[in-house]
Design a protein. Structure first.
Length: 61
């Protein structure tokens, strides 16, 4: 723990409660060493738009 700043904390979450762990690990791995290590993540309680968009894909030429 000596390598972490004083304001850091580590919390263990059981496997069933960490569904955001993989995306968060991916986001933090994309940060370079020179970039800020503070992430602001917004969780939307409802969609940000009211319109559903559907795109069709035609295959086989």
């Amino acid at each position: 723990m000596d390598r972490f700043p004083e304001e850091s904390s580590i919390t263990h979450y059981p496997r069933g409660k960490n569904r955001h762990a993989d995306p968060l690990a991916y986001i933090t791995s994309m940060l370079g060493q020179s970039e800020s290590r503070t992430l602001h993540i917004e969780v939307l309680e409802r969609p940000s738009i009211d319109q559903m968009e559907i795109n069709t894909i035609n295959t086989g030429g």
